[in-house]
Ligand binder design. Structure first.
Ligand SMILES: NC(=O)C1=CN([C@@H]2O[C@H](COP(=O)(O)OP(=O)(O)OC[C@H]3O[C@@H](n4cnc5c(N)ncnc54)[C@H](O)[C@@H]3O)[C@@H](O)[C@H]2O)C=CC1
Ligand SMILES: Nc1nc(O)c(N)c(N[C@@H]2O[C@H](COP(=O)(O)O)[C@@H](O)[C@H]2O)n1
Length: 244
């Protein structure tokens, strides 16, 4: 498994999926939270945390945050009990264009307040940045983020669909986020896979079928990335594909 060295521009996608390609429960706002579909076994989850420890930033989409409320910390040697020191932690990066999330309730905010995790960068649209000046609800969310040391990253335009522009990749790199791990969810990964800026995909395949009607998968374009490695971690197979 290739682990990028510091000061390397490297965008790698990681996710876990079932044998029938599902990665999470379908969720619609206003409906009960279906919770996280747990796919990885212990060994492959430790591998995921080793990847996190080799990333400057971990990026997730807003629905992933809404469903999972993730910590996005690197926790080794045992993710259930151990956390690496703050200076070895990756930066949580939330793609939340309209600041739709309830920031006060997020684990990443609480962990930043405790000094256990780094404060998040939040990717927003220009119109959301403008709204913060007149909408007290938006302004309050910005305050929650900035008070723990986080910041808004405002993408260049409101109407882009190109992944690297949508997630403000150049701005993140200027802030030192050069090894970017994109963890999901399905829509964020689908957009990433359509772009030219992704270097690798590391996929954990869990030996289980899950109900396709209540779960989601990744709508990937047809891609043919050579398999660079595959390895067993416990009962899971971890596949590494690299663009070049
Ligand atoms: N099994 C696994 O490894 C993982 C599973 N999940 C699961 O995935 C589910 C959430 O996935 P989704 O519903 O697909 O939502 P999501 O978390 O991917 O959120 C959609 C994201 O796509 C962004 N987006 C929209 N247009 C875009 C564009 N053109 N370029 C880049 N980004 C764009 C939105 O701003 C939003 O942040 C949850 O059930 C979660 O548990 C999430 C991460 C990993
Ligand atoms: N590697 C992996 N295996 C699974 O089975 C998963 N469900 C996920 N989900 C991702 O991990 C995030 C939770 O991270 P924390 O443990 O809270 O730090 C979740 O939001 C997904 O991005 N990953």
């Amino acid at each position: 498994m290739y682990l990028p060295a510091p000061n390397t521009d490297y965008v790698f996608l990681t996710w876990a999926q079932s044998l029938n390609g599902r990665i999470g429960y379908t969720y619609s706002q206003g409906k009960p939270n279906p919770g996280q579909l747990v796919l990885s076994g212990h060994e492959s989850f430790v591998m995921t945390h080793k990847l996190r420890a080799h990333a400057d930033g971990i990026m997730v989409g807003s629905t992933t945050v809404r469903v999972d409320n993730p910590s996005l910390t690197a926790r080794l040697p045992d993710p259930a009990h151990d956390t690496l020191p703050l200076d070895q932690q990756p930066r949580p990066i939330l793609v939340d264009s309209s600041l739709s999330l309830d920031y006060e309730s997020l684990k990443v905010i609480k962990l930043a307040r405790l000094g256990v995790g780094k404060a998040p960068y939040v990717i927003v649209s220009p119109k959301t940045e403008s709204a913060a000046k007149s909408d007290p609800i938006i302004e309050q969310k910005v305050n929650v983020i900035t008070r723990v040391g986080g910041k808004l990253i405002v993408r260049a335009t409101d109407n882009t669909v190109r992944f690297h522009e949508y997630v403000a990749l150049d701005q993140l790199r200027e802030l030192g986020i050069r090894r970017l791990m994109v963890e999901g969810g399905a829509r964020l990964l689908s957009h990433a896979l359509k772009s030219e800026c992704v270097d690798a995909a590391i996929v954990t395949i869990s030996p289980q079928f899950v109900d396709p009607l209540s779960t989601i998968g990744i709508d990937a374009p047809s891609l043919n990335w050579p398999c660079k490695s595959w390895e067993m971690f416990g009962d899971d197979v971890v596949f590494e594909g690299r663009r070049r």
